[in-house]
Design a protein around this ligand. Structure first.
Ligand code: COA
Length: 440
């Protein structure tokens, strides 16, 4: 690079350097990244990020290293879906692999920096019992034994470590309050930690190249996807390798949990991490949420897929009456949706029965991640306004599980005979829904 290019590059990076100071980034990478020959380069870049004032939490996995140990000891590697079944012998291999990797990372971040561009930097790495785990338990009849999932993250302690200018290092294990050790997916740990810390970024360093995932061919900017777009594309991404799907799923979960930016960065490209974080266009795939971008509007035919995805689990649980796609397409004009970052997070419908001056407030649902913040109430208010504009005098709802929510929002219990005749005719006595009526 000639001096002019150097100055230009430094100036271009300066705003990012400034923006990232004191920000919390969770950097996650699997054991396959640690096994790369160029893993050291990645650690130098981590050291550089640290010296540029970024508060770093590193979360590592150890799958290939666990596999090696299992193979060496002649222990069968057992999985259900993508989840390992960790028996007592396997747990020993997990601990051995995770412990060795952790020490290798600590060592590389200390001693080997002396002979690198980060020579002289004194980097302090700290670990701790920050991940409280619980057993996955028995799934589909299979006891996962020492395989666990995140129960709680001790965010306060991690924050203290970061505030002291240290890097926090977390392995793929967690402890139960009863002192048991569990083998966890590092993707889950990274996501939970990023959410608990309200991290500014979650970054997954991946072995494949997200550019090759061919996810966003129709979205213009392939490198940046809103949470809504990414969710939609994920549903059609059956072609992705299992590990790539796992990373993308983690990015979606983090986004839904409030992490504003999750980056998926291919490790193969030299300096990819720095380019993703300190250049305008980046090199990886970023899934972003914009907390300010939330709107309530009338639904359109494009929302049918989003509404179906939202209500399907509730239909399966018997909370909502099942609706086919065809029926929903016919009725879509009666629906309102609440959309956040392109994702349908709540919906409801108002079906007018003008002959009786009544309207049915129906199919109200709020995505589980977004409940308890007044969204259903806002949808109800909007439906009431629409009903008034249509000259309706009352709205009613039929429910089996949510009676009290309606009672707390001005509905009173009614009788089947209070309903419009068309509705009485199709009333399902087996379902035995409670009739609730609100006078406007
Ligand atoms: C019911 C539902 C729509 C409420 O959405 P929401 O955006 O969380 O609602 P709001 O924020 O306006 O109200 C939240 C309040 O309702 C309460 N609530 C939620 N579900 C309830 C239920 N089944 N019974 C009684 N109260 C309930 C919450 O506890 C909360 O009250 P709190 O803050 O005092 O604890 C949402 O929980 C949902 O989608 N549930 C599944 C679908 C469903 O039951 N639909 C109605 C079928 S007719």
């Amino acid at each position: 690079m000639n001096p002019a290019e150097f100055v230009r590059a430094l100036r271009a990076a300066a705003p990012y350097v400034h923006a990232h100071v004191d920000r919390v980034f969770v950097l996650a990478f699997g054991g396959e990244i640690c096994a790369r020959e160029d893993f050291e380069h990645f650690l130098y870049d981590i050291a550089l990020l640290h010296s540029l004032g970024v508060k770093l939490v590193l979360v590592h996995g150890a799958r290939p290293q666990i596999e090696q140990r299992l193979l060496r000891q002649g222990i069968a590697s057992r999985h259900q879906g993508s989840l390992r079944i960790t028996d007592a012998d396997t747990l020993q291999c997990v601990l051995d692999a995770a412990g060795s990797l952790r020490m290798a990372i600590e060592a590389k971040l200390s001693t080997s920096l002396a002979s690198t561009p980060m020579g002289g930097a004194r980097i302090k790495v700290v670990g701790g019992n920050w991940i409280v785990a619980k057993p996955v338990g028995v799934r589909n009849g299979v006891d996962h034994q020492h395989t666990g999932e995140v129960r709680r993250v001790d965010a306060e302690s991690i924050r203290q470590v970061l505030d002291q200018g240290r890097i926090a290092l977390i392995s793929n294990t967690g402890y139960s309050p009863t002192g048991e050790i569990f083998n966890l997916r590092y993707e889950d740990i990274a996501t939970a930690v990023a959410m608990e810390l309200a991290a500014d970024k979650l970054v997954f360093l991946v072995n494949s190249n997200p550019d090759d995932w061919k996810l966003a061919a129709d979205t213009g900017d392939a490198g940046q996807l809103s949470l809504g777009e990414a969710t939609r594309l994920f549903e059609n991404a059956a072609h992705l390798a299992e590990s790539d799907r796992a990373h993308l799923a983690a990015a979606l979960a983090a986004g839904r949990g409030g992490v504003k930016r999750t980056h998926l960065v291919g490790a193969a490209e030299e300096g990819a991490l720095l380019r993703e974080l300190y250049t305008r266009d980046g090199v990886g795939l970023m899934v972003y949420t914009d907390a300010h971008y939330e709107a309530v509007r009338e639904a359109s035919i494009e929302d049918v897929g989003g509404i179906l995805a939202l209500i399907k689990p509730l239909e399966d649980a018997g909370v909502l009456v099942p609706r086919s796609r065809e029926q929903l397409e016919l009725e879509i004009g009666q629906f309102d949706v609440m959309v956040r970052d392109g994702l349908v997070i709540a919906c409801c419908a108002l079906f007018p029965f003008p002959a009786k001056s009544m309207g049915e407030f129906s199919c109200v649902a709020v995505h589980a991640d977004y409940r308890g913040e007044g969204r259903a109430e806002a949808l109800l208010k909007r439906a009431e306004d629409t009903a008034r504009q249509q000259g309706l005098k009352q709205i009613f709802a039929l429910t089996t599980t949510t009676e009290h929510w309606f009672l707390e929002h001005g509905f009173v219990e009614g009788r089947i005979e209070d309903l419009p005749v068309q509705k009485q005719r199709i009333y399902n006595y087996r379902r035995n829904s409670i009739v609730l009526v609100k006078t406007l």
